[in-house]
Write a protein that binds this ligand. Sequence first.
Ligand code: S3P
Length: 446
Amino acid sequence: MPAHAPARPLEIAAAGPLRGTVRVPGDKSISHRSLMFGALAIGRTTVDGLLEGEDVLATAAAMRAMGARIDRGDDGRWTIDGVGVGGLMQPEQALDMGNSGTSTRLLMGLLASHRLTATFVGDASLSKRPMGRVIEPLSAMGAEFTASPGGRLPLTMRGLVPAVPIEYTLPVASAQVKSAILLAGLNTPGITTVIEPVPTRDHSERMLAGFGAELTVEPSPAGRVIRIRGEAELKPQSIVVPGDPSSAAFWLVAASIVPGSDVTVLNVGMNPTRSGIVTALRLMGADIEALAEREVGGEPVADLRVRHAPLSGIEVPPDLAPSMIDEYPVLFVAAAFASGRTIARGAEELRVKESDRIAAMAAALSAIGARVEEVEDGMIIDGTGGDPLAGGATITTHLDHRIAMSLSVAAQHCRAPVTLDDAAPVATSYPGFFSTLDALAGVALK
Ligand code: S3P
């Protein structure tokens, strides 16, 4: 198993209101897809605003290992010279996916319809995550897998050419599973169909259509029906990646809970399949204003101004779950400072993310003095009514970037500093997180 970076403990203290204007890094989902689809186009794709986090760099390294040329210019623009659908080469070594479930599952799909054998390895967190959800449909398309017990990494797969098109109804609401099948379908003769009973983030559909794939989306009583015609030819694109709403969410909550805060986050992706956190926070009474709403690279984008406001507990609508699945940890933080009770259920997928985010957040919030009850599919939280929490604890972050960042936000309204056992995983999705926190709040970092 690859070693990960040494643990980097970090103590974080509250430093008063957060004020200022910030930019968040590029969207993680769109960044992964830009590299993968660019590598499959014939010709040169350019990408501005790519997230240069460890997860996305793992995808870049894998695409290079299979023959794509990928470079970063001094101006921050990335170029990808693709090899064409079906043109990826046998990697010489195991593909190291680090902490990234998105890289792993989407690449498993992509390679399922290539004539090559690939071994996937990852860190301790990724090696616990279930891959059976992609192994099952990709096996039906003809790929063969040898996985570790429980359908986990390390695993080796052998793709099949020609693969067999399938029609598959998603048993879990997962954009990663949907995307894996669509990517396998790219090099499969005929039509591959995915039916999603519950809509999930639609970046793959939007971007594949933009790259020239024949892809249709239709509503039906069973859900969204997505069809892709295989043996596609992708045309290179010029991509501008919007800011990641999942990264913006930390500032939306931090400014909402710390009195006197006033923060503007520029250029935030507002795709409705991603913006559930804005809806949920507004239901709690958050003061979030969307300014300069516009479209960037086929995605809706806005600048979000958020000012401190008293929050109230809510019953989080479970149908928001897929559009804010990565934002529950920081929503739990907001709820811990709200007045009254928040009930967040119907989010059992949180148990199989980079950590078991229900257990990890229940332990972390309890440790800093919040009143929380862990339930199988979510959490029930009785907030402080706006008062600070005690803090003064060391948090186990379980190699999970979003646990580390959520507790850094909570620390902004705690009486005593909060220590993260390991801040290093933040670099997977938001390398500049702590310097932005420092700039907004003047936090004392040790
Ligand atoms: C992602 C989909 C989500 C999300 C992950 C990124 C994607 O996972 O949690 O951070 O880029 O498709 P699931 O689709 O497994 O819910």
